[in-house]
Design a protein around this ligand. Structure first.
Ligand SMILES: Cc1cc2nc3c(=O)[nH]c(=O)nc-3n(C[C@H](O)[C@H](O)[C@H](O)COP(=O)(O)OP(=O)(O)OC[C@H]3O[C@@H](n4cnc5c(N)ncnc54)[C@H](O)[C@@H]3O)c2cc1C
Length: 289
């Protein structure tokens, strides 16, 4: 028995084509026995109510546990607590607790009533509602708005000390950056599990724009691999598959045993990686003991 795990992140679909893609991808990934599916909240332009109705359907249709992302920025405590309560009543016992980027509505929320001020504060509130399993976000290449790398790690430590069970990273492609991040986390006394977030690249141009906003470096090797396939969706998908597999292999060698895949609602067949991770588990866990 080992604790190798793969979790897959989805965003709520907003039209019929999106719905078809969402359910096709969820169905394909379900058979790989994931640790959980996570559903974003208000990200990528999807509405927050849309997130709740998607979660409700996934809970009804799938045996895989669901982790609901929740962001407190833009809501009062009362509003977001009511959402957390609804989730617990739906049978959702995992939350990815986040600040969110809804700064425009944050000022309005403050006029409506008291608001959470920080993620640790939010985690404390969530744990009063239900004993949720809580994941938080972390940033191997430092959050673009953080004062500096030390402040960013300090914030992560506070979130874990407040009761979060693990941290899921922003997507990254540079393993040296990841190693340095893990060293900083260890020096700050962080012992909780850090789960690498992996983005299979489906649209290289869009990915570079997104990476620019997140401060994620794109190694030259990815330009070399993806640029020749830029107008070829099928070839891009094949390269993405190969890149993701090789990336996960290298993370397994570094002792990672849980991988969070940003699916963007696309299908990716990581069966080989899952099997490889299972085979390597006793060796890498012994090396980490
Ligand atoms: C795994 C994962 C899942 C996500 N899911 C969603 C989602 O479903 N919906 C969504 O809307 N967003 C999502 N996000 C994005 C997230 O909401 C943003 O990155 C947000 O800016 C920070 O959220 P946090 O919970 O990490 O905040 P925090 O822990 O508060 O911040 C992280 C770091 O950024 C710094 N920081 C953040 N904002 C500021 C600021 N205004 N001023 C100064 N420093 C700041 C903090 O000081 C800290 O160093 C996700 C991110 C990740 C990595």
């Amino acid at each position: 028995m080992n604790d190798i795990g793969f979790s897959y992140e989805f965003f709520p679909p907003c039209n019929l084509t999106g719905e078809r893609r969402f359910w096709r991808s969820l169905g394909c990934l379900e058979v790989m026995d994931p640790t959980f599916f996570s559903i974003t909240y208000g990200a990528l332009g999807s509405g927050q109510e849309n997130s709740l109705s998607t979660i409700k359907h996934v809970v009804a249709e799938s045996q895989v546990p669901v982790a609901a992302h929740l962001t407190f920025e833009g809501s009062t405590k009362e509003e977001i607590n009511a959402v957390a309560k609804r989730l617990s009543e739906m049978g959702v016992d995992r939350i990815v607790a986040l600040r969110g980027d809804d700064r425009e509505n944050a000022a309005d929320a403050k006029k409506r009533g008291p608001c959470y001020q920080s993620v640790p504060d939010f985690i404390a509130g969530l744990l009063e509602i239900y004993p949720f399993d809580i994941s938080v976000a972390c940033y191997p290449e430092v959050h673009p708005k953080a004062k500096n790398a030390d402040a960013d790690i300090h914030q992560l430590k506070e979130k874990l000390d407040a009761g979060a069970n693990r941290a899921i990273t922003q997507f990254f492609f540079d393993l040296d950056e990841y190693d340095r991040f893990r060293d900083r986390a260890a020096s700050a006394g962080i012992t909780s599990s850090i789960v690498p977030g992996i983005l299979p690249i489906r649209d290289f141009t869009k990915m570079t724009q997104f990476a620019g906003r997140c401060g994620t470096k794109i190694p030259q090797r990815l330009y070399k691999s993806f640029e020749p396939a830029i107008d070829n969706t099928e070839l891009t998908a094949l390269i993405a598959q190969r890149e993701a597999e090789s990336f996960i292999d290298q993370l397994i060698d570094r002792g990672s045993n849980h991988f969070h895949i940003y699916t963007l609602n696309q299908t990716i067949d990581l069966r080989q990686c899952v099997e490889q991770a299972q085979r390597m588990a006793p060796a890498s866990q012994a090396a980490n003991a």
